[in-house]
Design a protein around this ligand. Structure first.
Ligand SMILES: NC(=O)c1ccc[n+]([C@@H]2O[C@H](COP(=O)([O-])OP(=O)(O)OC[C@H]3O[C@@H](n4cnc5c(N)ncnc54)[C@H](O)[C@@H]3O)[C@@H](O)[C@H]2O)c1
Length: 494
């Protein structure tokens, strides 16, 4: 088939390259000329494992090209995918569909034969109908059908996800267009991958429902992590014990600094907006968003607690900046919130990421960027692990301890063996979902704090101590005990 993909970002570039690798003739179109020039020079503008090799092989085979010339890309085309951005809009988090509609208008005016136009971008329910109307307006006699084919790939494993998805969702009411899309995905169906064919509205909503559910799972395990820290339990054991239950499943039960990235934050808010517009209340989604926002804003307070209650004058080393490992994507990364709050609280920050440095420099101009993890840790009062890049697992921890001013680690991804850090390298360790540990008497203090709280000597309250951080975290709901109070007990012995 002849395919055009509008947008050569994370989704468009991966989709185009994979379709081409399946044997189709693909043209990637972008309005960003610099991006297209880079792609045509063999320079892949995003970090995604295996993508560069795939793009280069398909280009060499003559089945993949990039252009800014839409007419060239749409000549004799069978299927046109729209994979442009749908960022959060200015108005109450509603998805900004201006790029989608503009792409639709351009396609309608340019198409010269029958084609299926497919939204791969994540778009709110009803968008296919609106897009069709926009396109019909631009070209009343145009021969096109609009279908929906939401994309579920994850950055960091995008090629694997595209080539071996859990399912493919096709939203289409037109038999000819549906048949064309089913033929496109036939190689996956032949491998036993389920093709879910629905109406366009359901297809659009499946994507948001899936993302909101996954976000909720993350928010849930993060709340369990908070509880584990208080009751001397380990969230990884909780996740293991829960995840082995097939009704629950093990994925997305990894406690951390809160979800970020280009999808969950904007998609949960956009879903809420759709529900509000329809007069429906989605309480779980509301609470997920609130819990995750609060979590990201408490990171700097947590760090201050680890360092005795203040970040003023402290030097913080942050390892991992992107919203997760194996990507260079900084969109809504929790590291952005932590670093900004730490800087506002009077700390200096040194940061390092294996792939995201260029993007991080653009959004965090105030931070100092180190050339490697050891330079990053040098002189630091605390080292914060924000993302679980594999290379951080093999850090020379003895060397890290030597170059730091104080041996304190806030491990927000549960990357390290706490026993090893505490006993062998003499770090004080604040690990997500586990009690604070220090080389001295962390476990005894933990129990003492618990006993004092039980006896009423330590207050339990709903809110945060007035630590010297300037962020304005919302109070935790439901009478939760803030970890800061607990950590401050520990920090007496740091
Ligand atoms: N990033 C992900 O992991 C992921 C996963 C699933 C779904 N999605 C969804 O896919 C969509 C795209 O996301 P992304 O991360 O690839 O975005 P992105 O920002 O990386 O890329 C979008 C690209 O579209 C280009 N563009 C904008 N208007 C255009 C036009 N009229 N013609 C041609 N190109 C145009 C931009 O220049 C940009 O290069 C979004 O709706 C997103 O929610 C993203």
């Amino acid at each position: 088939m002849k395919i055009a993909v509008l947008g050569t970002g994370y989704v468009g570039l991966v989709s185009g390259a994979c379709f081409s690798a399946w044997g189709h003739e693909v043209t990637g179109v972008d309005i960003d000329r610099a991006r297209v020039d880079r792609l045509n020079a063999g320079d892949i503008p995003i970090f995604e494992p295996g993508l560069a090799e795939c793009v280069l092989a398909c280009r060499e085979a003559g089945r993949l090209a990039f252009t800014t010339d839409l007419a060239l890309a749409l000549k004799d085309v069978d299927i046109v995918f729209i994979a442009v951005g749908t960022p959060a809009g200015q108005h109450d988090g509603e998805a900004d569909l201006s790029y989608v509609f503009e792409a639709g208008r351009q396609i309608a005016r340019t198409l010269r034969g029958p084609a299926v136009v497919v939204t791969k971008s994540t778009v709110p329910v009803g968008t296919a109908e609106r897009l069709e109307a926009v396109m019909r307006d631009a070209a009343p006699s145009g021969e096109f059908v609009v279908a929906s084919n939401p994309e579920f790939l994850r950055e960091g494993s995008a090629l694997e996800d595209f080539n071996r998805p859990d399912r493919v969702v096709i939203g289409c009411e037109d038999r000819w267009a549906g048949g064309l899309l089913e033929a496109l995905y036939a190689p996956l169906a032949a491998e036993g991958i389920r093709i879910v064919t629905t109406g366009r509205r359901s297809a659009e909503l499946i994507k948001y429902a899936a993302n909101a559910f996954l976000a909720t799972k993350i928010a849930f395990i993060n709340e369990m992590a908070d509880l584990c820290e208080r009751v001397n339990a380990n969230v990884e054991d909780i996740a293991l014990g829960m995840g082995l239950d097939r009704r629950i499943g093990a994925d997305f039960l990894k406690a951390g600094p809160g979800y970020g990235g280009s999808c969950f934050p904007k998609d949960t808010v956009a879903l809420l907006r759709t529900a509000q517009d329809s007069g429906v209340t989605l309480r779980l989604v509301e609470q997920t968003i609130a819990a995750n926002t609060a979590r990201k804003h408490t990171l700097a307070r947590r760090l201050a607690s680890l360092l005795g209650g203040t970040l003023r004058g402290k030097h913080i080393a942050v390892l991992g900046l992107t919203f997760k490992a194996e990507t260079d994507d900084m969109r809504d990364a929790p590291a952005q919130t932590l670093i900004r709050c730490a800087l506002e609280a009077g700390a200096t920050v040194s940061a390092y990421d294996p792939a995201g440095m260029d993007n991080a420099r653009q959004v965090l101009p105030e931070a100092h960027f180190a050339a490697d993890p050891i330079e990053c840790a040098t002189g630091a009062d605390a080292l914060v692990i924000m993302t679980d890049w594999a290379s951080f697992r093999t850090l020379d921890l003895a060397r890290v301890g030597e170059v730091m001013r104080r041996r304190a680690i806030m491990d927000l991804r549960g990357l390290y063996d706490v026993d090893l850090l505490v006993k062998q390298y003499r770090f004080t360790v604040d690990r997500v979902g586990a009690p604070l540990r220090s080389p001295e008497r962390a476990s005894r203090i933990t129990l003492n704090a618990h006993a004092r709280r039980q006896s009423g000597a330590l207050p339990v309250h709903n809110g945060f101590r007035n630590l010297e951080t300037s962020d304005t975290a919302p109070a935790l709901p439901g009478g939760s005990i803030p970890r800061e109070e607990f950590v401050n007990d520990q920090s007496q012995i740091i």
